[in-house]
Design a protein around this ligand. Structure first.
Ligand SMILES: [Zn+2]
Length: 273
């Protein structure tokens, strides 16, 4: 019997050992504090982090440490990626998941361009495929890759209450994609009702599309009317940057996002409308 157990242990050990070490490394990183200069840089570059209640702020260090360990940053068009850039993007990404156990499981690479960049897209019309270049500020891909304009990532963080943040937008797509599809329906929180989510989000989306088609402005960016996944991403931007405005105009959407992220940013001190 003992020989059988030893053979069994040897057979499973490489995988078990890998998982054990991975979990241990993850636990260690999640309890790793940032240095005072890193903390100061995040507070300067991402002012929204200064509004976090102390219990949430304490979690930011560990999540940023884990993020920096997992993700490779690549500069494009000759951009020299600095530690400040990495900290800013990591802090913005981790702000979205500061209240929950969500994690960017698939994310491996963040490509950073100095400014807006061209992306080649394909348009299918019958048997004809047309390729065209589109200028973008950010992109999220389903295979663990995010592309960002540094100019707009930096500006989006600095202007913390204008409701527009390209890093929040692209990482909202990554969160959405954790369900296996980027379709505006993320994996919901434990106990969160799918029926209530669908009812709140679809009702708000339908109204938004109707208002935008009439040329009316709503609290949400018009881009949110282009697709369900874009509605989710622009709602996430607003949830963090103008929570009181979203709560006032779209209370059901606010409530669902608060349940999803397990956060109530409208109650954070000095939260702007
Ligand atoms: Zn988008």
């Amino acid at each position: 019997m003992i020989y059988f157990l030893i053979l069994f242990a040897l057979a499973i050990s490489p995988f078990a050992l890998y998982e054990f070490l991975k979990r241990r490394r993850r636990r260690r990183l999640l309890s790793t504090a940032l240095t005072p200069s890193q903390t100061a840089e995040i507070a300067r570059a991402v002012p929204l982090t200064r509004q976090l209640p102390p219990a949430l702020r304490a979690k930011l260090d560990g999540k940023v440490s884990l993020f920096l360990d997992q993700v490779e940053f690549v500069g494009c068009e000759g951009l020299d990626v600095t530690e400040g850039m990495q900290l800013s993007i990591a802090a913005q990404a981790c702000l979205l998941i500061i209240g929950s156990d969500m994690w960017y499981d698939n994310l491996r690479t963040v490509l950073i361009y100095p400014g807006a960049f061209k992306s080649r897209t394909q348009r299918h019309s019958g048997y004809v495929v047309q390729e065209q270049d589109t200028v973008r500020l950010g992109e999220s891909w389903g295979h663990g890759r995010i592309v960002l304009s540094w100019q707009h990532s930096e500006q989006g963080a600095a202007e913390a209450h204008d409701g527009q943040n390209v890093v929040f937008h692209e990482f909202a797509h990554q969160i959405d994609d954790l369900s296996g599809q980027t379709n505006g329906v993320p994996v919901l929180a434990d106990g969160q009702s799918f029926a209530e989510w669908e009812n709140a989000i679809l009702t708000a989306f339908t109204t938004h599309v109707s208002e935008v088609s009439k040329g009316h402005k709503t609290v949400l960016d018009a881009y949110g009317a282009t697709a369900h996944e874009e509605f989710f991403a622009v709602a996430v931007e607003l949830f963090f940057e103008r929570p009181a405005a979203l709560k006032a105009d779209e209370p059901a959407v606010y409530k669902q996002l608060a349940k999803l992220f397990q956060l109530d940013p409208a109650a954070w001190p000095d939260a702007a409308v």
